[in-house]
Design a protein around this ligand. Sequence first.
Ligand code: ARG
Length: 239
Amino acid sequence: MRITALVFAVLVLVATPAAAVVGGREAADQPWVVALYDRYGQFFCGGALIAPDKVLTAAHCTVERSALGTRERLVGDLRVVAGRRDLDRSDGREVRVASVWRHPDFETAAQGDDIATLTLVQRLPYRPVPLGEAGPGDVATVYGWGRTAELAPPSATLREVDLPVLSDQACAQALEGFRPDSMLCAGYPEGGKDACEGDSGGPMTVRGALVGIVSYGKGCARAGLPGAYTRVSRYLDRI
Ligand code: ARG
């Protein structure tokens, strides 16, 4: 019984497609787009600097999922890298995290409330991104170092992709469990452009303001399957 569960868990892990920017282009310097690392120096998520000492990211980036279950990442294990477009270089700043706030109702990305903030141990010398709101008809830009295709490795250099924000109705039709009050979705009907594994926690902007956080998707850039983003404007009272 135990063995079966373990084999199943391993299969799920192996079969789960990864996420990064698919169909995008290399981004210019965006010092406020940050990369999250664990204590082994492993990159695992994106984020956005919203104050000199505050990073907004996805709640699911603050927990670690493995065949053995889910556990919180320890504050002392987190590293935030800002001002570094090419992760193979060592420019910019690397800073530790003093505290983590994770939305108290968060369970899984697909259930929503996929939002967290990291308070840094020191202020960073980069301009934070302002917060904003998006609606259908807006074309949003998503940034990340994630995979460039479902089975491609993550990208060493920051990439960006422009995606149309869809109506709540279109999102609800495409994504089971979509919660319009607290999520946005974006993508082209034919697919081809999307966030992907590794982009999670990273920013979606409209007119230079942060409107979404990369949250979840089914595969990456598949036709008829827009990506889901946390609707930042819904959480202004919390962050
Ligand atoms: N869950 C992914 C991550 O942890 C991000 C998924 C976004 N996927 C998508 N197809 N838009 O990196």
